[in-house]
Design a protein around this ligand. Structure first.
Ligand code: NAD
Ligand code: UDP
Length: 317
């Protein structure tokens, strides 16, 4: 029998969409969790239900500034993730990924703590290969509107690897593909939240471009399972490792599916495609299957039903 080892875990961006689910999971396992956030896009509502738990601690802090706490593990999730949010203050977005990573890596170094980086499929940019595997270096515009996020996350990966090579730090990099589920921000402008809210209100569904661009959507529960598996790999495993759901859909298909599941009277309208919007995106998860024995279990329809349920409650429709 192995005894459960209680860890002190810092989650930056813990009051956000993914962070709040991660806090919940790690608390359930009996760990001590410090949830750090500056509430830029996150909300106390997301972690309200955890606040009375004696193993849960809330810390208002911006990771662009140094932090001194005692921890065994760090999950670095702090960073706005939706295009609307990360483009609102692009300089702050880059600072969060770059200065924030330096601060969190410095903390990990002082504490000899393991550190996980929530990287992104955006490091592949608008890709020339399909599906994208971890050895692909990507095609990212360095000066476009998405660059603050894409290049910030790419630089964060560089910093993580340099701390690994230079200081022998235990790092884990996961490249997360589009994820959805309850607690997505209702105004984050992302496709799933937009379409669900528009459908529930019987308003026009806004497809950008011709709707033939593709994405692959992973339900949040599957993603959190993978994050924990990645963190618990052997010490010299660094990643990067793709996590996402390889089922690929056009944006048009997503719109139709959401209209059907919500019994909506919404009509589809077409708007111009945002700058540098990737044409297709689908993770190659062969490495995740082999390394952490993981693949997503929740189908798009089941995940959408749970997400629709969440939005019905918060919109009170
Ligand atoms: P989110 O916006 O809901 O969460 C990010 C959290 O970080 C928020 O609570 C925000 O307030 C906080 N934050 C932002 N800047 C901060 C700073 N300087 N200091 C402290 N806190 C700060 O986004 P999410 O969808 O939960 O994404 C979490 C992480 O996962 C992000 O790093 C994102 O880049 C990555 N990711 C998400 C997706 C996705 O589809 N959701 C895909 C790829 C990567
Ligand atoms: N999209 C859309 N209508 C919307 C919101 C998004 O057609 O109301 C498109 C967007 O142009 C992109 C895809 O849906 O092609 C996914 O957008 P999202 O912002 O969710 O994620 P990302 O582009 O970062 O993958």
């Amino acid at each position: 029998m192995t005894l459960f080892e209680k860890k002190r875990i810092l989650i930056t961006g813990g009051a956000g969409f993914l962070g709040s689910h991660l806090c919940e999971k790690l608390i359930k396992q009996g760990n001590d969790v410090i949830c750090l956030d500056n509430y830029y896009t996150g909300s106390k509502n997301n972690i309200y239900h955890l606040m009375s738990n004696e193993n849960f601690e809330l810390l208002r802090h911006d990771i662009c500034f140094p932090l001194y706490v005692e921890v065994d593990e760090i999950y670095n999730l702090a960073c706005p993730a939706s295009p609307i949010h990360y483009q609102y203050d692009p300089v702050q977005t880059t600072k969060t990924s770059v200065n924030g990573s330096i601060n969190m890596l410095g903390l990990a170094k002082r504490q000899n703590a393991k550190i996980f980086q929530a990287s992104t499929s955006e490091v592949y940019g608008d890709p020339e290969i399909h599906p994208q595997n971890e050895s692909y270096w990507g095609r990212v515009n360095p000066i476009g509107r998405r660059s603050c996020y894409d290049e910030g996350k790419r630089c964060a990966e560089t910093l993580f690897f340099d701390y690994y090579r230079q200081h022998k730090l235990k790092i884990k990099i996961a490249r997360i593909f589009n994820t959805y589920g309850p607690r997505m921000h209702p105004n984050d402008g992302r496709v799933i939240s937009n379409f669900i809210i528009q459908s529930l209100k019987n308003k026009d569904i806004t497809i950008y471009g011709d709707g033939k661009q593709t994405r692959s959507f992973c339900f949040v529960d599957d993603l959190i399972t993978a994050m924990l598996l990645v963190m618990n790999t052997e010490d010299d495993f660094t990643g990067p490792i793709n996590i996402g759901n390889p089922d690929e859909f056009t944006i048009q298909e997503i719109a139709k599916k959401i209209i059907e599941l919500t019994n909506s009277r919404s009509k589809i309208i077409y708007k111009s495609l945002p700058e540098d919007d990737p044409q297709q995106r689908k993770p190659d998860i062969s490495f995740a299957k082999e390394k952490i024995n993981w693949e997503p279990k929740v189908s798009l329809v089941n995940g959408l039903k749970k997400t629709i349920n969440f939005f019905e409650k918060i919109l009170k429709v």
